[in-house]
Design a protein around this ligand. Sequence first.
Ligand SMILES: [Zn+2]
Length: 311
Amino acid sequence: MGRGTLHPGNAWRPPLLAVAVLLASGAAATTSAWGQESAAVTSSTETASTSAEAVPAAAPGGGTVAPGNPQVSAVSCLSRCIGPATGIVRSRVRITGSELGNTVLVSFPGATGKRAKDRSPVVKPSGAVLTKVPAEATSGPIRVADSFGQFNDSAASFGVGTKAQLRAARLGFLFPVRGPHSFGGAEARFGAPRDGHTHQGQDVLAACGTILAVVHGGVVKANGFQAAAGNYVVIDGADVKQDYAYMHLQAPSPLVIGQAVTTGQKVGKVGTTGHSTGCHLHFELWVGAGWYTGGGPIDPLPLLQYWDSYS
Ligand SMILES: [Zn+2]
């Protein structure tokens, strides 16, 4: 059976009134003083390890042989991020690919034409490389060089933006769970099998009572209780074709359907109401026409990880 217990056992259907009341909008916009609160947030991104020693692979007959050429398949921003692959100077960046275990140097295009170098990248046990965007770095492919003098450039560019761009990005979107959290195991993932259906969100494990925040300002589309979802809220993002559903809240949300909300405003608290065991947020991301109004859910994990990287 596994631990399929974090989520409604039956396919989740919205109450009919959720859509009907959507039209009864016009409530006043309220901003919350909560936005000023400094929540203790533990980032779930990788922490640097010290396993960076470049040890050549042992050859079958003794001695050493050079491994294959390093290959970079993806670069992603981990901290001070403007976008999934855009940061600023001193952003931490994860590089994934193959044959990266002997990486000793990572470089970026430089403002002066000379490459901007990080001479102490960290190789993770997973084989990924962590680097920090050096001063003087500009946008472009990231180059990885190993202890054998072999190197490879990323196919995709990494963007290096400005502090003003970072500030603007942070104002726009926020990670919903404002406290220590984790993304759980396979059963917490979007698409994980459930009895009779698949999981259409990502579970974020956190202590009951942890504050939940509006990911992106917009209008409250639904607020109610349902046997499987427990206390739930859906927010329609104002200028983006995204709806955000929050489920299993500890208590009914104080938000009112039709109310305009701003990024960071309090939605409620993590709970385990409805068909759920264990405190967690069940988070759904709907695109297109939206939540049960013609749109469809997509895997929210990449965006959750991105928001988590800076907020
Ligand atoms: Zn769930």
